[in-house]
Design a protein around this ligand. Structure first.
Ligand SMILES: Nc1nc2c(ncn2[C@@H]2O[C@H](COP(=O)(O)OP(=O)(O)O)[C@@H](O)[C@H]2O)c(=O)[nH]1
Ligand SMILES: [Mg+2]
Length: 302
């Protein structure tokens, strides 16, 4: 299919064209760049990306699915990106996510994409960034990105998002001990899921006074759709506030810059590896070899 036609179908929301476009961009084909440049800028600006992160097992996928349900009730088209940073050997997690999204499988206004890190976080950020833009251009008003973990790398992926939601659950409080002070500085909303389980109020207490008193801490029972409407309302209220006070624009710029750096580093890594393969450095100290190579690479036109 010619790229113009693909773009036209994509902007009409055709699921297969969306999937095809994402694959072409992931393969870093030249056509991928044409696609990215042809995306409707207004739709990109208007769409909201929400990062949903937290330790495995707290209920992120269940919560994501419940949010999708809630959005669809409001007839809002939604994209979901499920990121699995584990090795390709544990595809079980990805599959689980897919199955949980199954009841949306026939809904053409729910666009789902899973991706694995393949050990390249920079590449992943770039891929997730491009994917959310394609989804947005296809008419998704909201794109949810589910990532596992609360480490720096997951926060990096989450930093792609306009709004970040950290999900915790009773029994998972230990994971955040190290960062509990100021946790609300890194995330926009904190969700205590599995509020039906004993320990939910203790978790809230453990998060400290700041968190306990904040209206940015919400409780949900994702498995029973409880608190989801309030969570969505909270997300949309934050979006409105951020758009008004300029933070939305500022974050978009930051995430674009970060994506650009990541993309550069990826390209550079490939090019350097190629150079070393073709012209193995003589018996040089790697530190010296790196200096020499970098000097050369920065002077060689692509
Ligand atoms: N009791 C209870 N269990 C839940 C809730 N939400 C999710 N779960 C269960 O927790 C387990 C992990 O959920 P999942 O969504 O896969 O977590 P993820 O690894 O964070 O994506 C599953 O067995 C869910 O059914 C909840 O609100 N309450
Ligand atoms: Mg999950």
């Amino acid at each position: 299919m010619p790229v113009d036609q693909l773009l036209e179908q994509l902007h009409l929301g055709d699921p297969r064209s969306v999937a095809r476009a994402i694959s072409l961009v992931e393969d870093q084909a030249e056509i991928g760049q044409h696609i990215m440049q042809g995306l409707d800028q207004q739709r990109l600006d208007g769409a909201l990306t929400v990062g949903i992160t937290g330790p495995p097992g707290v209920g992120k996928s269940t919560l994501t699915s419940a949010l999708v349900e809630q959005l669809r009730q409001r007839e809002i088209r939604v994209g979901v990106i499920a990121v699995d940073p584990s090795s390709p050997l544990t595809h079980g997690a990805l599959l689980g996510d897919r199955i949980r999204m199954m009841h949306h499988a026939l809904d053409r206004d729910v666009v789902v994409r899973s991706m694995a890190t393949r050990g390249r976080l920079g590449g992943l950020c770039a891929a997730a960034g491009a994917t959310r833009r394609i989804m947005a251009a296809s008419g998704c008003r909201v794109v949810l990105i589910e990532t596992v973990g609360i480490g720096q790398s997951e926060m990096d992926i989450a930093s792609l998002a306009d709004i970040t939601v950290l999900v915790l659950a009773p029994g998972f409080g230990d994971e955040i001990q190290a960062m509990k002070a100021g946790i609300l500085e890194v995330v926009d909303l904190l969700v205590i899921n599995k509020a039906d389980m004993p320990g939910a109020s203790k978790l809230r207490f453990d998060l400290g006074r700041e968190a306990a008193e904040s209206d940015r801490v919400l409780e949900t029972v994702a498995a029973e759709n409880k608190g989801i409407e309030e969570l969505l309302a909270g997300i949309l209220a934050l979006e409105a506030a951020f758009r008004k006070d300029g933070r939305f624009r500022q974050r978009r710029q930051q995430s674009r810059d970060k994506e650009t750096v990541d993309r550069c580093l990826d390209l550079l890594r490939d090019r350097i590896a190629g150079l070393i393969r073709n012209h193995p450095p003589a018996d040089m100290d790697p530190g010296v070899a790196a200096e020499v190579l970098l000097e050369r690479i920065l002077h060689i036109p692509g």
